[in-house]
Ligand binder design. Structure first.
Ligand SMILES: N[C@@H](CC(=O)O)C(=O)NCC(=O)O
Length: 732
């Protein structure tokens, strides 16, 4: 608990809070509040897209765009919250009121996910979807207003609790604050998907989105209560009038005045804001200069967020093409995101207690802006790692046909070996129930194929840009069947599975999670998507059944063939054959850990530092405004993702990663030049200086006034004497 204080700074204590180890006790309530609020936010966000897709039954595109619009809104509303806090309600009241709005929004989301409310026919699906859509949209709007509105206030309010001499403690506070954000995010991202996967309902059991939204709603109420409990201990800085309006008016006047005096005959002023001096207070002008200097520095920052926020989208999609088996533990693609908060929880203490002090000991002045520059470079390195991983993945991906090509696989449904001749290929021998190992690629739309001995010839039409399988029947003179196969990796790491029935009787195939339906003789089922892990299929023909078990990895596709020779019994393990149409993902998800490491190290250097920098460089009455400016850079970063991804449309994903990395390096270079010319300030000291000058001016004025009065009195008395003399003279 030792504390080296800056002797130059005032030691007055803020608020009525007790101090523990040099830290105001009030910040305990603020960090707990932040933990619960972030749990609430990230927990709700973790299941949001799935709620859109599976509960509201929106398609992928609509679900994704509404999701991103919501996230962008969450980072635009901080400006509103900051204006309300700094110019009207103050941070404390703004946090309370907007937290109530936020909690109402979360409750609305939880209610909107109760399917029983409108499920009048009790079939498990809501009958009035409009009700659920409207309620959830209102809920999301309130959440965006609440979470965004309080975000700049909570961080700045926490910073306010420290006195001017507690710089070191305030820095530690911002680190702990960041740890709480990530602790909340980590726990909720693990917990809410588990809650969602439970079944619940009054009339029928469905996936429990209401519980997955309900728990975050409860945590938001806890956040509010905790914040109110600390109420008596906080230092609550008073809002100082409509500061934003004053700032806008002052800037407007400076520009107008500068324009009016544009001719050379007027002497230049040091700064263009000095043209407001005729009308505005020097202190306000100085404060605006401080804010503008920092805002100018923010211009390149959105590019960092552009890369950072892709871990939730592009990187998660990348994980769906990877193998998630970690020994007996299976990691789902979206769970890889938890690596970020886990690393934050380890890296922040290491940076604060080892790396930064070590750098200091080496005599290097690792200033906040230098840290942020290094953070940007680390994020760029993370994207280079992502590109390298992508190249490895691409090597293992199947080559799907181009729009001018067709691909064909062959499956022998018969019980004897057949020889197949196709143009441009060697004769192919397929034993009973065997499929060709690979797809054959053809440029022509039609090909002649001959099968068996004596040869049966057929001309078959191929679909351009498609993969198909030719099912060679038991009796090759019977009609040949062509199936349409999938031409992309199954989504979300699922496995696309189908069955071909080579028996003379219909077969029903099912697993607890899917039913392939009744498959007619010499026919095939549709694809069903199956999760990774061991799966046992039950095959029924009439009253006879048997079981077939197999293990699935991630992202594969198989055609299982039920041969005519199958004998139903306790199991049919040996009889069924599997044709691997798409190989399971083989590049391991662990290869994503380096990119997560670099992006998180970058985040610690960039984001934790930036948060503190924004606070420390802001004038006292505009702290929340600058926090909002900082969060605004996140919103812009998200828009850039959409724009660049839409405009660049690079054919290879790794090239897009390299493009983003290069853009960030270029922006980082510009930022480092801007940072080089930035001079750190102590807003409190500058403000104090101004106030002192004003007081001195006042004193001076008072003295001058007194002097003038004395002189005037003197003059008056002289005048009187003169007049007396005159009188005297006249009298004389
Ligand atoms: N590392 C993120 C949290 C996450 O993505 O899980 C973070 O700290 N974000 C900052 C915030 O304020 O939410």
């Amino acid at each position: 608990c030792t504390d080296k204080e800056d002797p130059k700074k005032g030691k007055e204590k803020r608020g009525t809070s007790k101090e523990v180890c040099g830290y105001p006790l009030s910040i305990f309530f603020i960090v707990v509040n932040e933990f619960c609020e972030r749990f609430s936010y990230y927990g709700m966000r973790a299941v949001l897209v799935l709620y859109f897709k599976y509960f509201l039954r929106w398609d992928d595109d609509l679900a994704t765009s509404i999701y991103h619009t919501f996230v962008a809104l969450c980072y635009l509303t901080p400006i509103l919250g900051a204006i309300v806090a700094d110019s009207w309600l103050g941070k404390f009241k703004t946090i309370i009121y907007l937290s109530i709005v936020y909690a109402i929004g979360q409750v609305a989301m939880a209610v909107s996910a109760i399917h029983d409310i409108t499920d009048t026919d009790r079939d498990g699906t809501p009958d009035n979807m409009t009700f659920h859509v409207v309620l959830s949209m209102v809920g999301l709007f309130l959440i965006a207003l609440g979470t965004g509105g309080i975000k700049p206030c909570v961080a700045a309010f926490g910073g306010d609790q420290f006195s001017d001499h507690q710089d070191r403690q305030r820095r530690t506070f911002f680190s702990v604050f960041y740890l709480c954000i990530n602790g909340g995010s980590l726990l909720s991202t693990i917990i809410t998907p588990i809650l969602r996967a439970q079944d619940c309902g009054i009339h029928s059991q469905q996936k429990c989105y209401s519980l997955a939204f309900g728990v975050p709603a409860a945590l938001m109420l806890v956040a509010l209560v905790v914040f109110i409990v600390g109420s008596g201990m906080y230092y609550k800085a008073e809002p100082q009038g409509n500061i934003m309006l004053d700032v806008c008016k002052c800037i407007g006047f400076a520009i107008k005045n500068r324009y009016r005096h544009r001719s050379n005959q007027y002497p230049k002023r040091q700064h263009w804001m000095d043209w407001a001096e005729e009308k505005y207070d020097k202190l306000l002008i100085a404060q605006i200069k401080m804010v503008l200097k920092v805002l100018f520095l923010y211009i390149p920052l959105p590019m960092f967020w552009t890369l950072f926020d892709q871990k939730g989208s592009r990187w998660t999609l990348q994980a769906t093409t990877m193998n998630g088996y970690f020994g007996s533990l299976v990691i789902q693609p979206d769970q890889m995101q938890t690596v970020n908060p886990i690393l934050i929880l380890t890296l922040v203490p290491i940076m604060d207690s080892v790396i930064y002090p070590l750098i200091n000991k080496c005599g290097l002045n690792f200033t906040p802006l230098k840290r942020m520059t290094v953070g940007m470079l680390l994020a760029a390195i993370a994207f280079v790692c992502a590109a390298l991983v992508q190249i490895e993945i691409d090597k293992t991906l199947p080559t799907f046909p181009s729009t001018s090509q067709s691909q064909l696989k062959l499956l022998n449904m018969g019980s004897e070996t057949v020889t197949i001749k196709m143009p441009g290929n060697d004769p192919l021998n397929l034993t009973a129930a065997q499929a060709s190992n690979e797809y054959f690629t053809f440029e022509a739309g039609q090909i002649n194929i001959s099968v068996g001995h004596p040869e049966v010839r057929n001309t078959i039409s191929l679909a351009k840009g498609q993969r198909q399988t030719l099912l060679i029947p038991l009796t090759i003179t019977d009609e040949w069947l062509m199936t349409d196969d999938i031409t992309s990796k199954p989504q979300e790491g699922n496995n696309a599975i189908r069955f071909v029935n080579g028996m003379k009787t219909a077969v029903n195939v099912s697993i607890p999670a899917a039913n392939f339906g009744l498959i007619e003789p010499f026919s095939y089922s549709n694809y069903s998507l199956i999760k990774n892990g061991k799966v046992t299929f039950t095959l029924w023909s009439g009253s006879q059944s048997c079981e077939y078990s197999t293990d699935f990895g991630f992202g594969s596709s198989y055609t299982f063939f039920i041969p005519s020779t199958l004998v139903f019994g306790p199991n049919c393990q040996e009889s069924i054959t599997a044709a691997e149409d798409i190989k399971p993902n083989s590049v391991h998800m662990a290869l994503q850990i380096p990119q997560y490491f670099f992006i998180t190290a970058g985040e610690v250097m960039f984001s934790v530092t930036g948060l503190e920098f924004s606070y420390s460089q802001a004038p006292s009455n505009m702290k929340a405004v600058l926090q909002a400016g900082w969060l605004f850079t996140v919103a812009i970063g998200n828009f850039i993702v959409l724009i660049v991804a839409e405009l660049a449309k690079l054919p290879k994903q790794w090239a897009e990663y390299v493009l983003f990395a290069s853009l960030l390096v270029a922006v980082c270079f510009i930022f480092s030049i801007m940072a080089y010319f930035y001079t750190y300030i102590d807003p409190a000291e500058i403000e104090a200086q101004f106030k002192k000058n004003v007081n001195e001016d006042d004193e001076d004025n008072k003295h001058k006034l007194q002097k003038t009065e004395v002189e005037m009195n003197k003059r008056d008395s002289i005048k009187c004497h003169d007049e007396d003399d005159k009188d005297k003279q006249t009298k004389m």
